[in-house]
Design a protein around this ligand. Sequence first.
Ligand SMILES: CC(=O)N[C@H]1[C@@H](OP(=O)(O)OP(=O)(O)OC[C@H]2O[C@@H](n3ccc(=O)[nH]c3=O)[C@H](O)[C@@H]2O)O[C@H](CO)[C@@H](O)[C@@H]1O
Ligand SMILES: C=C(OP(=O)(O)O)C(=O)O
Length: 514
Amino acid sequence: MTLTDDTTGQSLRQIGALVRDARRHHGLTQSQLADRLGTSQSAIARIEQGNQNLTLELLGRLSAALESELITVGRTGPTHLRVTGGTPLHGSVTVKSSKNAAVALLCASLLNRGRTTLRNVSRIVEVDRILDVLTSIGVQATWDGAGRDLTIVVPERLDLSAIDADAARRTRSIIMFLGPLLHRAEEFQLPYAGGCDLGTRTVQPHMIALRPFGLDVEAHAGEYHATVTRRPGSDRTIVLTERGDTVTENALLAAARHEGTTTIRNASPNYMVQDLCLYLEKLGVGITGFGTTTLVVTGRPVLDADVDHTISEDPVEAMSLLTAGIVTGSELTVRRAPIEFLEIELAILAEMGLRFDLSPEYAADNGRTRLVDVTIHPSQLRAPIDKVHPMPFPGLNIDNLPFFAVIAATATGETVIHDWVYDNRAIHLSDLTRLGADVRLLDPHRVLVSGPTRWSGAEIVCPPALRPAVCILLAMLAAKGTSVLRNVDIIARGYEQLYERLVEMGAQIEVFTD
Ligand SMILES: CC(=O)N[C@H]1[C@@H](OP(=O)(O)OP(=O)(O)OC[C@H]2O[C@@H](n3ccc(=O)[nH]c3=O)[C@H](O)[C@@H]2O)O[C@H](CO)[C@@H](O)[C@@H]1O
Ligand SMILES: C=C(OP(=O)(O)O)C(=O)O
């Protein structure tokens, strides 16, 4: 069957019947299929009855889970959302694993001669982009039947001349190929790193961090031209000029195969770095200083182990889901929230008057990350006295900052949000004014939000930046009436099945294409 532009009720019912037939053909119950997809039995029942809007991503996963080509995809334009807001959400939602750890671990798998199995991988476009790049150069990547666990085998020789430059240029994380590749080739080229439109993001700290490993990079004609001058094994100290996440990861990746000890100072101790450290330890790399700003790495020239690693829960997803509940005045539980990476956010929210309960802590599947279930209650919020601003961990997460703009808009009083990090991100938050919020740009880095807001529906084109895009969507959930958010494809870069999961909690969101 061909899915054309109009995914009507009739075609949803037809797809539902195909899903039911394919499921029965495989002898699966609705619950068993739900487990394979990481969703609920009730969601499968709705799909089969034609009562569930389907994204192409979900259709692809259904096809994979049922090992059957349910649909062939015809011409599709960008995806849009129709949101009918103003009603509270309810129930609970489980946090998925992090985009940022997934991309680091995928790059790290290039170090391993053995088999890397990554578990609980989020099915998001950012992961697909790195996978496209990896497979284009010869890496084997295989999803398990349920589409959650990924096995990666790196060949003896990589064919960098075949690199999928288009996929590479659409992600910034490609920069983390430098650390592993400098051990494999004396000369190589990589396409420029890309990503969201957040303003200039330099890669100079990466160049400075990798220079002690003999890497020299010249950038021209859309490519980084790398040459490596091998330096004999010795102990070295690297002082990072910025406490950045990916630069710390790149330094770790380079140090992992360096014979000798590398001390990395001003390292980021953030969640994705911790996930990477756990993986590298399993590969046999010695690391002391886990979770601190000084990492001492004892590398090994050959890393060859069959490693199994479960990626930890995403604090930014957790914050996004909490925000959905807060701005809609909901009673909602966000399960498996990595509390260590949300403590400051919750402390500020408590100051603003948010009422919430935390379950006792329990360990994530990696055995290290501490998780809690957070239950929020409808609360009257007031603006915080101080400005809200991010800091490298342990500080308020840089990617969580935009959510405070939507939350501040529901609070009484004036809040200053100071995004000193990104040149071009705060400006996207002014789109909230279209929904009735009072958001004034004081300068490119600071917005003044005056609340509370009487939200009203509007039609908005999605900003070209992941977190601001989700903020607009969440504000639409708060706004009475119908809103349309156009060109939402960017959201799939970092969120898996976000709309379906919000709908499960009672949100009214319809997905449509032109
Ligand atoms: C794949 C991944 O993991 N991406 C995350 C990573 O990107 P990544 O590590 O690539 O972040 P960048 O290196 O671009 O840093 C973000 C911005 O912060 C500035 N900066 C950073 C640290 C510092 O000590 N001083 C400073 O000025 C940088 O100049 C840049 O403008 O970290 C960012 C900041 O946490 C997050 O938004 C991204 O989601
Ligand atoms: C800025 C972000 O990520 P990236 O580094 O992938 O652009 C983000 O996750 O908000």
